[in-house]
Design a protein around this ligand. Structure first.
Ligand code: ZN
Ligand code: ZN
Length: 211
C-alpha cells in the first residue's frame, strides 16, 4: 500500500471515539482507521483520554501516570474483539456490510457506477466506481462529504488522493475530482446532505440516483 498522506481530522476522531458521529461518517472513519496505523494510534489515545476527561482529573495529575494508563489500555485494546476482516480492496467495516459479497453496482452513466450501502435521514454512504481518467460531475455540498480511496486514485484541484487517503469537502467546496489514469478509482463516500450539482442533467438525475 502506498503511503497515506490525507488523514482524518482530530475532531473527527474525537467524535468517532465518543460515538457521536452519524453512521455514514462513522463507516468512513472506521474504514480509514482499519487501513491507517497512524489514525488507529490517534484514535486509541482519544478512546482512553475520553474516559479520563470524564473522570475530571485535575491537570497536575495528568502526566506520567496518565501516559502509563494510556499505554496500558492501548495494549489491552489490541487484544480486544477482532476487527472485521478485509476482503480484497474492501476494508473490514465495508466487507462486513457487504456480507462478503460483491457490491451491487448500479450505473450512473458514462461508466460511473455506485453501490449504496446505507441511505437514511442521517445521510448516506456509498461505493463509487469511476473509470480511469474520468471526472465526477462538478458539484458542491450542502453538508459534509468524506471520501476514502479504496482502489486507484483521484486528483482534485492540485492534490492527489491515493489508496487510504481521505478527502474532506464541506459546503464551501465545489469540486471536480478526476480519477487517475492507471485503473478505475473505487471510493467509499459519505455525505450528511444531498450534493448540489451545477449541471442540469446531473440535477435531474439526482432524485433517481439518490445522490
Ligand atoms: Zn490516517
Ligand atoms: Zn464532493
Amino acid at each position: 500500500m502506498t503511503e497515506i498522506r490525507h488523514h482524518l481530522t482530530e475532531p473527527q476522531l474525537v467524535a468517532y471515539a465518543s460515538g457521536s458521529l452519524s453512521y455514514p461518517f462513522a463507516m468512513v472513519v472506521a474504514a480509514h482507521v482499519s487501513m491507517c496505523a497512524e489514525c488507529r494510534a490517534r484514535l486509541g489515545a482519544h478512546e482512553v483520554l475520553g474516559g479520563a476527561v470524564m473522570e475530571d482529573l485535575p491537570a497536575e495529575t495528568v502526566s506520567d501516570d496518565l501516559k502509563d494508563i494510556v499505554l496500558a489500555r492501548l495494549d489491552g485494546m489490541t487484544e480486544a474483539a477482532p476487527a472485521p476482516r478485509r476482503r480484497g480492496i474492501y476494508p473490514g467495516p465495508v466487507a462486513e456490510i457487504l456480507h462478503g459479497e460483491a457490491p451491487k453496482w448500479r450505473s450512473l452513466g458514462r461508466g460511473n457506477r455506485q453501490a449504496i450501502l446505507h441511505d437514511g435521514p442521517d445521510g448516506s454512504v456509498r461505493l463509487l466506481h469511476i473509470p480511469p481518467g474520468q471526472a465526477v460531475p462538478d458539484h458542491g455540498h450542502n453538508g459534509l462529504e468524506l471520501t476514502l480511496v479504496l482502489q486507484g486514485s483521484f486528483a482534485d484541484a492540485d492534490e492527489t488522493f491515493g489508496v487510504g487517503d481521505v478527502e474532506v469537502a464541506d459546503d464551501a467546496v465545489e469540486h471536480t475530482p478526476v480519477a487517475g489514469d492507471e485503473m478505475p478509482c473505487i471510493c467509499l463516500a459519505a455525505t450528511d446532505a444531498p450534493l448540489r450539482f451545477r449541471g442540469l442533467v446531473p440535477r435531474m438525475l439526482q432524485p433517481i440516483f439518490r445522490i
